[in-house]
Ligand binder design. Sequence first.
Ligand SMILES: [Mg+2]
Length: 358
Amino acid sequence: MRDEQDIIGRIQRQFPPRKIARKWLSIGVGDDAATLDLRGWGDHEMVLSTDWSLESIHFDARIHPPQVIGYRALARATSDLAAMGAAPRFFLLSLALLKSRAGGWLDRFAAGLAEAAREFGMELIGGDTSANSRIAISITVGGSVRRGHALTRSGARVGDQIFVSGTLGAAQLGLELLQCGAKPSSQISADERYAIERHLRPRIRIGLGQWLAGESPRGARIASAAIDTSDGLSTDLGHLCEMSEVGARIYARDIPMLKNAVASQHKDSRAKDRGSNSDALQRALDGGEDYELLFTVPWRTARRLPRQLKCDGGVSLTRIGEITKATRGSKSRIELISYSGQSTPLAAAGWDSFRFGT
Ligand SMILES: [Mg+2]
């Protein structure tokens, strides 16, 4: 008979007590609530965020293995801390699931979660469980950032240069390949394998976020504004522009994306011809879940910005456009310059669960 205590025990087994007793965690998992002692945090303030991962909305239990669901649930929540320039520290997990998933499925889910927690340096400090007909995961994450250094969406100014880390659209391509039945082990190109990997195990940009926030002592903040690309460039850049009360001009030819990902070797006909330039651009503009950082940098700093950083296992930085004045009366704040040099307004067409959810 599986009861709540058994479920909690299975999760906790994946999170053995660490030798390095965290100075700031006075009371952790097991009591009614956790207590944190922030005196050891020095000149840092706490950053909090919360995120849903829901079956049939954010993942599909038929194509996503339980480890992947666990890993991605923590990664997508923690990416919001990275976007603020914060160092991840802890998380709380609320989990609802069918009784039939409370055995081996749960063990593998918790293993994926624990793997992400180790990678990001986070402590599980509490949570709650319940029975439910569909899997529902709510994760609250906490981190720390140097006082006054948090990156916001509202700091972009006219003339600032717009940058993005890594590539855009890869996670969307990876999802499409998986939906067509491709497997990481099947006969696919290196780009396609990379795309699937980016979907299954997003590489969130924790080190880059801290670098942009000027985390080192006496370090100056580098970015004027930042957001993570969870919903797609057209939507996320729109959020940033709205909060900063500015517009943006971006150039199609400068957007970093996988151009050679053609799934033509794949047997399923639906996966064919996925490599055209326009498809790749569409995915880069509207495909979500890349969890890259989209940020703005004052013009003077932009000239000195390296194209490659060693943090986060190596990350490239690409300039994709500039911040402009918001145009009155225009529906879109973003102007896209096409490959041929034509200017068109870019509407937000990225992920929105109220548009796409079941
Ligand atoms: Mg976000």
